[in-house]
Structures are given as C-alpha cells and as structure tokens.
Design a binder for this molecule. Structure first.
Ligand SMILES: Nc1ncnc2c1ncn2[C@@H]1O[C@H](COP(=O)(O)OP(=O)(O)OP(=O)(O)O)[C@@H](O)[C@H]1O
Ligand SMILES: [Mg+2]
Length: 355
C-alpha cells in the first residue's frame, strides 16, 4: 500500500466523518433535492443516461424548461485507488473553489469554459450543472487548442491543477468546456510545479493534455500518415508555447519563485529549440512519455480500454525499432527489459478491460 499524501489523508478523514460539504443552496435546484438524490434514470424527467463515467452516474434531465446534468456519486468509484475513491468528494471541493475563481476579476473571464455548478452536496451525492450541448473533440483545431490552453493557464494561476484531461472530460459547444473535476487538485503556482510540489517536474498542463488525450489522437493520425501527426504536433506546440510564454510573464509579475520560473523557462526553451530544429525528436520523446505514463495510469486504476492496447502497440513497435533513438533522448531501460515489461503490461491491460 502506498503512503497517503496530506490531501488524501484529509479527504479520507472527511469522508469518515459526518461532515457535509455543499455548493450553493438546494433552493437553486429545478427539482426537489430528495428527488435528485434518488434519481436512477427511470424517471420521466430523465432524457438520457450516460454510461461513460467511472466516478458517477450521469443523467441528462429536463426541468423548468432547461436541460441539466445530474451527476450522482457511485457507491464505489470504478477507479481502484485512493484518488478514485476520493474523487467525488474532490469534485465537490473543486466545484466550490471554481465558483469562487469564476468571480475573480482577472481570471474569471478566462474561465467561461468551466461549467457552472447549480448545486452540489457531498453527502447527498449530487452535483447539478447546466447541460452542455456539445460534442466530444476528435480532431483539435487551432481555436480549440487556444481556448483549452488559455483556460488551463488561468486555472494554474488560480492554484488549480487538472490531471485528467482525457477525451471523456472535454466537450465543445462552440467553446471548449471542462466539466469533470474529480482529479483536479489545489497547489501553489508561485512555489510549486503541480499538486505534488516540486518533486515531479515532468507533470504540467501541456503534458497532461498530451498524455491523457492528444497523443492518442496523434497515434491515430500516425497510422494514416506520419506527416499529418507531425503537423498536428507542431500546431499544438506552437499554441502551448504562446500560452506558456504568457503564463511565465504572469507568474513573474505575481512574484513566483525562481525555482518555478526557471523550470517553466526550461520547458519553453526546449520547445522553442525543437520548433526551430528537430521537431521529430521532440515528437518521439513526448510520444514515448505520453504513452508510457497513460498506460501506467490505466493500469494503476485497473481501467483499461482499446486505446490502452493501441498505446502498448506503439510502445512495443518503438522499443523494437527505435530503442537507440530513444536512449539519446531520455532515460530508458535496456531493450530486453522494456520488451518484458510491455509483455506483462499487455497481459494486465487485457485482463482489466472495462466495458
Ligand atoms: N454538463 C455536461 N453537459 C453535457 N454532458 C456532460 C456534462 N457533464 C458530463 N457530461 C457527459 O457525461 C460523461 C461523464 O461525465 P463525467 O466525466 O463528469 O463523469 P465521471 O464519472 O467523473 O467520469 P470519469 O471518472 O470517467 O472521468 C462525460 O464524458 C460527458 O459526455
Ligand atoms: Mg469524466
């Protein structure tokens, strides 16, 4: 068993207590709270039951002439680790933080893509938001990437780090929307890199997006034609670079430590260098990191999909064909060891496929 961090300990203690956490007031709900809290999808005000969520049951409901999203906590989250088991509480906590942050005179307008919370109650297991009439984002275009990075930078400045930017957690209804905050944690953006302090400099907003989502998209593009994947990578890096450049300036103005500023400048410098020269090498490095991390994320939660297997396929191919190039770019294990690790990962990923 891993040792628990301070946040996890506090959240488990909160869950074990009888304390309630509410966002907003039950009177703001379009239906009585008791009705919402016992909804199971069979009711006539439920117009859609969404099966995707691992943390919650998600329903589209119709009330007072509008559509709403009702998220009801599962008895037990399907993600089999502490962060999974605390994710509903975490989301209610973050909804409270986001409600505040959206009122911030500077950051607020950059957070219009964050869904509003009409009402939330941890003990009742209820989160109610306006329904987003949007589509999943299959191919990210310039507008979508720009909106996403703008929003992520504002969240960072507001002290919130989002870990789970997976395809199921982004929608577009003319604006990119975020609505699932089960794995968004607080941190101090002036002193820390992410919610793990300064211990894990490899994790940052662009990395999270690339790891959880974008490289799965690039992998599909690679299979059509490698130049398409490289062009999409160049677009994303250009937009991320602009956002990180502005973020660096804003962090500096707000008095961030040199540890944070130097770390961010290091990332910016590496990207700039690659954009002028060998973008293909950066692609290989970030693709390896993304597929590797995302694979281990899925294994840790025992929540694997067809996409997990596709990523393993990419890692296997790259280990076979490009181990020498990899070694020049990042610390990797010897080829034979990697082959063996990936063989075991494939076995587990096949066993832990979720419907
Ligand atoms: N406000 C909303 N408007 C429209 N659709 C939504 C909204 N909130 C959630 N959904 C849909 O419901 C699905 C599941 O919601 P959400 O991601 O919040 O649940 P979850 O159980 O926390 O997910 P997971 O733990 O698997 O990431 C989303 O992928 C999205 O398609
Ligand atoms: Mg989700």
């Amino acid at each position: 068993m891993n040792t628990l961090n301070t946040r996890q300990q506090a959240q488990l203690a909160f869950i074990a207590s009888n304390a309630e956490l509410e966002v907003g007031h039950p009177d703001d709900c379009p239906l009585p709270l008791a009705t919402l809290a016992t909804t199971d999808g069979s009711e006539d005000y439920v117009s859609r039951v969404l099966s995707g969520g691992l943390t919650a049951h998600v329903y589209r409901i119709e009330a007072q002439g509008r559509s709403w999203t009702l998220k009801r906590a599962r008895e037990r989250c399907l993600v089999q680790n502490t962060d999974g088991q605390t994710s509903f509480l975490n989301e209610v906590q973050r909804r409270a933080d986001l409600r505040e942050l959206k009122r911030d005179p500077i950051l607020g307008e950059r957070l219009i893509g964050i869904v509003d919370t009409c009402y939330g109650s941890f003990r009742q297991g209820v989160l109610l938001s306006p329904w987003i009439e949007g589509d999943p984002i299959a191919t990210w275009n310039e507008r979508q990437l720009t909106q996403l990075f703008e929003m992520l930078a504002a969240l960072l400045l507001g002290g919130l780090f989002e870990w789970d930017l997976c395809p199921g957690n982004t929608l577009d209804d003319g604006h990119v929307r975020l609505f699932d905050f089960g794995y968004m944690y607080r941190f101090d953006p002036l002193r820390q890199f992410n919610s793990n302090g300064t211990e894990m400099p490899q994790f940052h907003a662009a990395e999270r997006f690339e790891t959880r989502q974008y490289f799965a998209h690039l992998l599909a593009l690679e299979q059509r034609e490698e130049s398409l994947a490289l062009a999409a990578f160049a677009l994303e890096k250009r937009i991320a670079l602009e956002a990180y450049g502005r973020l660096h300036m804003e962090l500096e103005t707000r008095g961030a430590s040199s540890t944070v500023l130097d770390w961010l400048a290091g990332i910016i410098g590496e990207w700039k260098h690659a954009m002028r020269g060998d973008l293909e090498a950066l692609y290989l490095k970030e693709a390896w990191r993304s597929h590797w991390l995302d694979l281990h994320d899925d294994l840790s939660g025992q929540t694997c999909t067809a996409s997990t297997l596709a990523r393993i396929g990419w890692l296997e191919r790259t280990t076979r064909e490009r181990h020498g190039d990899l070694q020049r770019l990042l610390p990797v294990e010897p080829q034979r060891q990697l082959v063996e690790e990936l063989r075991r990962a494939r076995q587990l990923a096949e066993r832990w496929q979720i419907a």
